[in-house]
Design a protein around this ligand. Structure first.
Ligand code: SIN
Length: 539
């Protein structure tokens, strides 16, 4: 049976839920999420949302900081639009019930944090659990909405698209690629279900799980980017992978981030001898943009052979530290590190994809009726390096704009398009008896990306990575078509697609800019044609 919905939302982080709550005023919404609704990258975001609320700050300053961080590659119209719309979207979140730290009694007298690359205090935060506060608020509203159905343990396999030909006499005058839903694996039953939707939104988050070391949870496998690419949408700027400078380094800690806000409150980076090394790299020291700080740490680690550097905030009042960073304090204590007394061992790790599915100013992709919002998307805001805390902001602003555009598109469709949709065909496929293939390939991809496509790159290593990933992909595809699909296999297939796209994008960029640093091309190259790296599948 085909399941029909007006709006299909794939992903349940800030982007998907904000959008769902808005379009639900106009039709039935189905949200599919591959784990539980709250298990998202959003829920783990510590820092906050950047927006202008202080009288000594201004839109112009926030715009300039975003452009400087993006290193010449941001779309200026997008930056200006997002920065100016930001405060409105945050006020909307407050109306929905989100509680941020405040300094005064006014509804929006927020206590504002500082992060790298920002020339003013402008980070709206909820202690060091900002993402969780936002996620919990949105989930509560979604769960109370009669027009929204949430399907947990459902993972999208592929988007369903068709080409429409508009004829004038005997001549085909237009040929549009249109998305009309998705095939979705219901993990509870093991069945693949067919969803028909008026409009589909990809809000599946990032892909940093493609790297061996990452701040992201296991779900960040680039599903939206891979599905969109397979469906014929353009993907852009995937070489710009942001490595967060300070992830906790501890054998038992998996993916735990030490927020940039800790540096914003005065923490310094030191080596094992207590030497503060950032001064040797940049006058902005610990508050330089992330690409600069991550590369400095990488260089220190390579120079000294040490396994980590240290983040030291012990000079601050211990009560202040515990109150400002309750989550980081408690987590580190679990590993025997009292951050009020001990420097925290940290290393850089893959954190955020600045590239993604290419969209216009309304979150529209180049496949009709398909939108992408949040980390899955590449809107032009982040350019070559995202400014800290601009991502939750981008998700809020684009969820709003996509909602507006989706409603228009949805109303225009009416009953004009009817499609015959094929069901998923599993004739002849059998249950896999070689799960080891999946775990082995998964591991190999992540090591390969870390070693050959990391913070510092070279064409030679990228070429080697491309050859290896193409072999691995072939193996995965063989497996994919031969056996019953499982969520592990779907994620592995997506991960391998995104890995290949990152490598190909990195090979196309013959310069060093922002997060992409290639030892063969240390300078920037401003030729117009090299500004954005767009990849699109040909059919
Ligand atoms: C952090 O708290 O350092 C992460 C925030 C972000 O990535 O914007």
């Amino acid at each position: 049976m085909i399941k029909k919905t007006d709006f299909l939302v794939i992903g349940s982080g800030i982007a998907g839920l904000s959008y769902a709550l808005k379009v639900a005023q106009f039709g039935k919404v189905t949200i599919i999420t591959k784990k539980q609704i709250q298990k998202t990258n959003t829920a783990l975001a510590q820092g906050g949302v950047a927006a202008v609320f202080s009288s000594i700050d201004s839109f112009d300053l926030h715009i300039q900081d975003t452009l400087a961080s993006g290193d010449g590659l941001c779309n200026q119209d997008v930056v200006s639009m997002v920065v100016k719309d930001g405060p409105k979207r945050i006020k909307e979140l407050v109306k929905q019930g989100a509680r941020f730290n405040k300094e005064g009694n006014g509804e929006y007298d927020f206590s504002l944090g500082q992060e790298g690359g920002h020339s003013a205090k402008r980070i709206v935060y909820a202690h060091d659990l900002t993402g969780k506060e936002i996620e919990d608020t949105l989930v509560k509203n979604v769960e109370n909405h009669e027009n929204i159905t949430v399907l947990e343990d459902h993972i999208a396999v592929n988007l369903i698209t068709f080409f429409s030909s508009i004829r004038s006499g005997l001549v085909v005058t237009q040929n549009e690629n249109i998305c009309c839903g998705a095939y979705v694996l219901n993990n509870k039953t093991g069945e693949i279900e067919t969803f028909y939707s008026g409009v589909t939104l990809l809000a599946t988050g990032g892909a940093s799980k493609v790297y061996l070391y990452t701040s992201n949870p296991d779900i960040a496998t680039g599903d939206g980017i891979a599905m969109a690419y397979r469906a014929g949408a353009s993907v852009a700027n995937l070489e710009f992978v942001q490595f967060h400078p300070t992830c906790l380094y501890h054998p038992e800690a998996k993916n735990f981030l030490i927020s940039e806000a800790v540096r914003g409150e005065g923490a310094i980076l030191i080596d094992s001898n207590g030497h503060r090394f950032m001064e040797e790299y940049t006058p902005d020291k610990e508050l330089a943009c992330r690409d600069v700080v991550a590369r400095a740490i990488d260089s220190e680690l390579k120079k000294t052979g040490a396994e980590s550097v240290f983040l030291d905030i012990t000079h601050k009042d211990s009560e202040f530290i515990k109150k400002r960073f309750p989550n980081i304090y408690a987590k580190c204590l679990e590993y025997g590190i009292d951050i009020t007394k001990d420097p925290i061992p940290v290393v850089p790790a893959a954190h955020y994809m600045c590239g993604g599915v290419a969209t216009d100013l309304n979150g529209k992709t180049d496949v009709q009726r398909l939108y992408a919002v949040g980390e899955t998307a590449c809107t032009g805001l982040h350019g070559a390096n995202r400014l800290a805390s601009n991502s939750l902001l981008e998700a809020l602003v684009y969820a709003h704009r996509s909602y507006k555009a989706s409603i228009e598109e949805f109303n225009a469709i009416g009953n004009k398009i009817t499609v015959t949709m094929d069901h998923w065909d599993e004739t002849g496929v059998i249950d896999s008896d070689e799960a080891i293939v999946v775990s082995h390939n998964w591991d190999e991809i992540r090591r390969l990306m870390w070693n050959y496509v990391g913070i510092v790159r070279s064409d030679k290593r990228l070429q080697r990575a491309l050859r290896r990933i193409q072999n691995i992909k072939e193996e995965i595809n063989e497996y994919y078509w031969g056996f019953k699909v499982t969520s592990d296999l779907i994620e592995l297939r997506n991960l391998s697609t995104v890995a290949e796209l990152i490598i190909k994008s990195a090979l196309l960029r013959k310069e060093s800019r922002g997060l992409h640093y290639n030892i063969g091309y240390l300078e920037k190259n401003d030729q117009e044609m090299l500004k954005h790296t767009i990849l699109k599948k040909s059919f």
